[in-house]
Design a protein around this ligand. Structure first.
Ligand code: NAD
Ligand code: GLY
Length: 367
């Protein structure tokens, strides 16, 4: 990845007394100024995973050394399959073992898995402590570190146990993306692409023109994609922090996607891969509901494929998909509700007949 010289860009997220900033730029993780203004708690903990810690935890630790008397390091086993009670407990054990108090500040250093678990630990530890997100995957920088959703998985469903808990700041260091495996870059692009059809048709066109640059980790393209994604997400979350309505559009592709992840077993497909394929299915559902024309769904499918994401789902069978989706958090009284595209750049949530959904599944999984 080429050197990025621009200074931090700041995207505000307006949530009253829970407002904060997303800092975006290269080299931010190790810069002491990235943490200016945060509480100088006596105790802090860096929660990371076994892939990310060897790469970046020392750098973060050095930047924090003057701010906290003691910094505990907690390295969780990496991967979606470890987004569970055992990892959560490991955090509590480590904090309690050294008597971390209720002013302890947690730093979540890693991808969405670390961010979601550490955020949930922060929501629960001593009934709630503050935390900072330091996302190191594209997916975490454009989505999971922003907005305060925290969770672990349950064998019966993704992100089923969790809490809303906003971070005090998000520090998105674009330079960390240079060590990310290509498959993870593609997975992150799924959540970037998502923002186009649901909220910004111009951004979708920009992505079509810049997808190759993004895959090549072009610094300018990445900075724009991360910033625009965060702006869109911040705007939605500011209007509907706890998903009373509008925020659900951020789950475009996730109803099908979560079924793929849970149905195959966590970690088989990456979250972003499942969301990418889920968007293909949700776009087709929008066509079959008469909301958009097939040309738009084809356009989206082509972009998802160009990003290196799968566009054909696993053959779990329509019945299994439907059973898994009935457990989705958006479901009401057993009726599955899907995020659909009403027009390019505009989405809503609605139910759909099982038979129509089964047709979509058959068309995109061969099931
Ligand atoms: P992840 O956290 O598993 O990270 C992907 C892999 O990359 C891991 O193996 C990790 O160790 C490694 N890694 C991370 N940063 C690296 C780096 N800079 N260099 C090298 N390796 C690195 O996965 P993810 O895609 O970041 O996040 C997926 C999770 O995010 C899912 O559990 C999903 O449910 C969650 N999510 C949450 C929200 C939310 O709003 N809270 C939104 C979207 C997704
Ligand atoms: N990623 C969905 C949300 O934050 O609401």
């Amino acid at each position: 990845m080429q050197e990025i010289t621009q200074s931090a860009q700041r995207v505000p997220i307006a949530l009253g007394d829970r407002s904060y900033e997303i800092l975006i730029g290269a080299g931010l993780l190790g810069a002491t100024s990235s943490y200016d203004g945060l509480p100088r708690a006596a105790s802090a903990a860096i929660v990371s995973d076994t892939n990310v810690a060897p790469l970046y935890a020392d750098r973060l630790h050095e930047a924090l050394a003057a701010r906290h008397r003691r910094v505990v390091r907690i390295d969780l086993p990496a991967g979606e399959v470890h987004k569970d009670w055992a990892s959560l407990d490991a955090i509590f054990d480590a904090l309690l073992a050294v008597h971390c108090d209720r002013k302890t500040l947690l730093y979540a250093l890693g991808g969405g898995v670390v961010g979601d678990i550490a955020g949930f630990a922060a929501a629960c530890y001593m009934r709630g402590v503050d935390f900072v997100q330091v996302p190191t995957t594209l997916l975490a920088q454009v989505d999971s570190s922003v907005g305060g959703k925290t969770a672990i998985n349950h064998p019966r469903g993704k992100n089923m146990i969790g809490a809303f808990h906003q971070p005090l700041r998000v520090v998105a260091d674009l330079a960390t993306l240079s060590t990310l495996p290509k498959r993870e870059i593609a997975a992150g692009l799924a959540e970037v692409i998502k923002y186009g059809p649901i909220a910004d048709a111009d951004f979708l066109a920009w992505l079509e023109a810049h997808i190759d640059a993004l895959l090549a980790l072009d610094a300018e393209a990445l900075a724009h994609a991360v910033r625009r994604s965060c702006e869109i997400k911040a705007g939605v979350v500011a209007q509907d922090e706890r998903e009373g309505g509008l925020r659900a559009i951020l789950n475009f592709g996730h109803t099908f996607g979560h079924a793929i992840e849970t149905g195959l077993g966590y970690g088989e497909w990456l979250h972003g891969e499942a969301v990418g394929c889920g968007m293909v299915m949700a776009a087709d559902l929008s066509v079959r509901l008469g909301l958009i024309d097939a040309a738009f769904a084809d356009r989206l499918t082509r972009l998802i494929a160009r990003a290196g994401l799968p566009v054909v789902g696993p053959a779990l069978g329509a019945d299994r998909y439907l059973e898994l989706m009935r457990g989705d958090k958006k479901a009401e009284a057993g009726a599955i509700r899907f995020v659909v595209i009403d027009a390019p750049g505009r989405a809503s949530v609605r139910a759909a007949p099982d038979a129509l959904v089964a047709d979509v599944i058959a068309a995109h999984t061969g099931a």
